[in-house]
Every structure is written in structure tokens, then in C-alpha cells.
Design a protein around this ligand. Structure first.
Ligand code: NAP
Length: 222
């Protein structure tokens, strides 16, 4: 039975991915911050691990908790959007730190820990990025701090892809999805997004290492 690790599986796309992979017969390891959310993961048959991606000790303990697991697919999903600015309002240092630490620093802590576990399974590592982080597809300035954080996350992913051979590392845009972050205005359901993400990951080969994809498998430019 293949194993998927989902970092940030408490709700929204992350919990949807846990349900999607369980329904497909996978062993699922999901992380969450709150006890209730850990119970929710256990209730769907997943192994749950407590992890706040902004807690240095939690991140450092992840390798020990996973104990040399072979991870076929790892998905770094946890993220925050911050204030939904329209204009170029300078964020406070506090807000900058929260968004950048959650979306970028956490990746720089967690990906070097889990990449060797994916490498030993010759598997696929995906970060849930956003089209809003693409420099070449930029068509607006909404939530510019979030955009900057996802552009930085894409850079981190490329460095992971350069460093770990024998596995496939990609960035994924999940679509605009009806979650707390995506709002109820979004056109896609969580189920549509997560089914697409699972299929897109399953279709990847080592030739796709270091590439960016939409949830439906369409390649995206950085
Ligand atoms: N929805 C969209 O339309 C859309 C579009 C593009 C990209 N994305 C990306 O997709 C990913 C999931 O978004 P979503 O729409 O499902 O958002 P969501 O419903 O707001 O869920 C965010 C997830 O991130 C977790 N998280 C945030 N900070 C964390 C921390 N410090 N430690 C651990 N977990 C933390 C949350 O856990 P808690 O429950 O503990 O807060 C939750 O599981 C994000 O990376 C987002 O940027 C979403």
C-alpha cells in the first residue's frame, strides 16, 4: 500500500487530499495543529501527527516521528493568505513574518527533512503553491504579500528539485477552490481540486522534476 504524507491536513484542500487518497486505498499520514483535527484524521483511517509548521521543535521532531518512513508522495499544503490587499499597502512586520514563515520558512525547514524519505521511495514531492505566485502569469496585484510568498516557495521548490535526484519535485496550483481561503465564490469544489491533484501527481515522471502544474495537469510557467 503506497504512503502519502500531507503536511497541513486539518481542513480545506489538505483534509480533502487525505480523504481522496484514503478513498483510493492509500496509507495516509496527515499533520494538523489541533487535537480535534488529529481526531478527524484518525476517524478517516489516517495516521495523524501533531505539527505546527511555525514551531521549530515540531518541525525538527518530524524526522523522528516519521522514523525513516518511505514516502511515495509528500504534499506540503499548509499555507496562509494574510490580508487580502488590493493596493500596494505595506504589510506590518508581524503580518509579513506570519505569511513568510508559514509559506516559505516552514518549507525550508520541512522539505529537507522529508525529501530523503521521498527519495528512498523514488517518489513525488509536491508543494501546494499558487498561480498567484507565478511571475510570468501575473495579471493583478491582489494580496501581494501572499503572491511574494508563493513566488519564494516556488524558488525553494526549485532548489529542492536541483538537490534531490531520483525523485520528482513539483509545484502545484490547486485551482481556485471553495475553502476558507478560496471563499465560497470559487468555482471548484474541494473534491474536484483534490481528484485533479492526485491524478496530476500520479502522472508525473522524473522528466517533470522542477516543473509547475495546474491541478488539472496543465503545465504552468514560473
Ligand atoms: N483555496 C484556493 O483557492 C487556493 C488557491 C491557490 C492556492 N491555495 C493553497 O492551497 C493550500 C491550502 O489552502 P486551503 O484553500 O485549503 O486553505 P484553508 O482552508 O485556509 O486551510 C489552510 C491549511 O493550512 C494549515 N495551516 C496554516 N498555518 C499552519 C501552521 N502554522 N501549521 C500547520 N498548519 C497550518 C491550516 O491548518 P489549521 O486548520 O490548523 O489552521 C489548514 O489546514 C494553501 O497552501 C493555499 O495557499 C489555495
Amino acid at each position: 500500500m503506497p504512503t502519502v504524507l500531507i503536511i497541513g491536513a486539518s481542513r480545506g484542500i489538505g483534509f480533502g487530499l487525505a480523504q481522496e487518497y484514503r478513498a483510493a486505498g492509500w496509507r495516509v499520514i496527515g499533520t494538523a495543529r489541533q487535537a480535534d483535527d488529529l481526531d478527524k484524521l484518525t476517524a478517516i483511517g489516517a495516521k495523524s501527527l501533531q505539527l505546527d509548521v511555525n514551531d521549530l521543535n515540531d518541525c525538527a521532531g518530524l524526522g523522528w516521528l516519521l522514523d525513516d518512513e518511505k514516502i511515495d508522495v509528500a504534499i506540503l499544503n499548509a499555507g496562509v493568505i494574510g490580508t487580502r490587499t488590493e493596493k500596494l499597502d505595506t504589510p506590518s512586520a508581524e503580518e509579513f513574518n506570519l505569511v513568510m514563515q508559514t509559506n516559505v520558512l516552514a518549507a525550508m525547514r520541512i522539505l529537507p527533512i522529508i525529501a530523503p524519505m521521498v527519495q528512498s521511495a523514488q517518489g513525488t514531492l509536491a508543494v501546494i503553491s499558487s498561480e498567484m505566485g507565478s511571475l510570468s502569469l501575473r495579471s493583478g496585484t491582489h494580496a501581494w504579500l501572499y503572491r511574494a510568498s508563493k513566488a519564494a516557495l516556488n524558488s525553494v521548490l526549485l532548489d529542492i528539485a536541483h538537490t534531490y535526484s531520483g525523485m520528482t519535485s513539483i509545484a502545484l496550483h490547486p485551482g481556485w477552490v471553495r475553502t476558507a481561503m478560496g471563499t465560497d465564490q470559487a468555482p471548484l469544489s474541494v473534491e474536484q481540486s483534490t481528484a485533479g491533484i492526485r491524478a496530476t501527481i500520479a502522472a508525473r515522471t522524473p522528466r517533470d522534476n522542477g516543473k509547475f502544474f495546474n491541478y488539472d495537469g496543465t503545465p504552468l510557467s514560473w
